[in-house]
Design a binder for this molecule. Structure first.
Ligand SMILES: Nc1ccn([C@@H]2O[C@H](COP(=O)(O)OP(=O)(O)OP(=O)(O)O)[C@@H](O)[C@H]2O)c(=O)n1
Ligand SMILES: C[C@](O)(CO)[C@H](O)COP(=O)(O)O
Length: 241
């Protein structure tokens, strides 16, 4: 693995299947308006991605966390975070995740191990939400994802006007983490290709029906310029779990 390794994979005294976290961290944040990658922008005193990693570090049943960054990215060389770092980011999120899964396998992770894929830019994730996803999925034949029921009325647009109102009773917004068996997700991403925007879509492409697990509105993805201020206010107001 082309990697900085502040942590090595621990294979002793582990229970099987193991649970890994994989954090795609190789995006440019082009919609965010930030000068550099949004995941490294300071929020309430520290770079955004460190909040994300702290939440995963607090989940003791995870065997380890792999962060996937771009090849020229030196951010983690100056960090003491206890994570594996693989410098194999791709040109799409799907490619970054697939490269990261391959890197985990090369380091000894098994096809039957679980992997929780989580956006670096969802920095408000909590250990309780991660544990809730694991509890809901660890005995599931497919796996699943955190997601949010639509809080608002949903409109179908045509030419800038409302074509009709869509029934929202069965609609969910996909969040992360998304938890699947490592080998099955490798196969799914390989088959589905680069166009899929989340792991669930790749599994759906294989004919599978991932489990929906209720997430939280606070687990939003920092995407647009105004999202930084909201994340900052929420993180500054938080007391540790
Ligand atoms: N080639 C890519 C693209 C995205 N990501 C990661 O995937 C997560 C969610 O993607 P998104 O919010 O779309 O991030 P960006 O691609 O960075 O943003 P934008 O689409 O606005 O450019 C982020 O943590 C981002 O770093 C990645 O690892 N590799
Ligand atoms: C994976 C994701 O966070 C689920 O909502 C999302 O699809 C990633 O962001 P993108 O804008 O689709 O790249």
């Amino acid at each position: 693995m082309n990697a900085v390794l502040p942590q090595t994979l621990s294979t002793s005294s582990a229970t099987y299947p193991r649970l890994w976290a994989l954090i795609p961290c190789a995006g440019n944040g082009s919609r965010s308006g930030a000068a550099g990658p949004k995941q490294y922008q300071p929020i309430a005193g520290q770079p955004m991605v460190l909040y994300t990693l702290a939440a995963f570090a607090a989940v003791s049943r995870l065997a380890g966390t792999l962060v996937v960054v771009n090849q020229a990215d030196t951010f983690f060389e100056q960090q003491s975070a206890m994570v594996l770092v693989a410098a194999c980011g791709g040109s799409t999120r799907a490619q970054t995740v697939l490269n990261g899964l391959n890197a985990l396998r090369e380091q000894g992770a098994g096809a039957d191990d679980w992997v929780l894929v989580h956006d670096a830019a969802r920095c408000l994730i909590t250990p309780a939400q991660i544990n809730a996803l694991i509890d809901a999925c660890e005995n599931d034949p497919v796996g699943g994802l955190l997601a949010l029921k639509l809080p608002d009325t949903l409109k179908q647009e045509r030419g800038g006007r409302v074509a009709h109102t869509v029934d929202r009773a069965d609609k969910w917004l996909a969040q992360t983490p998304q938890m699947f068996r490592l080998g099955a997700l490798q196969d799914a991403l390989q088959t589905a290709g680069d166009a899929v925007t989340d792991e669930s879509s790749a599994m759906e492409f294989m004919g599978l029906q991932p489990r929906l697990v209720e997430g939280s509105a606070q687990n939003f993805k920092v995407t647009y310029p105004q999202d930084f201020a909201l994340a900052q206010a929420l993180l500054a107001a938080r007391t540790p779990e």
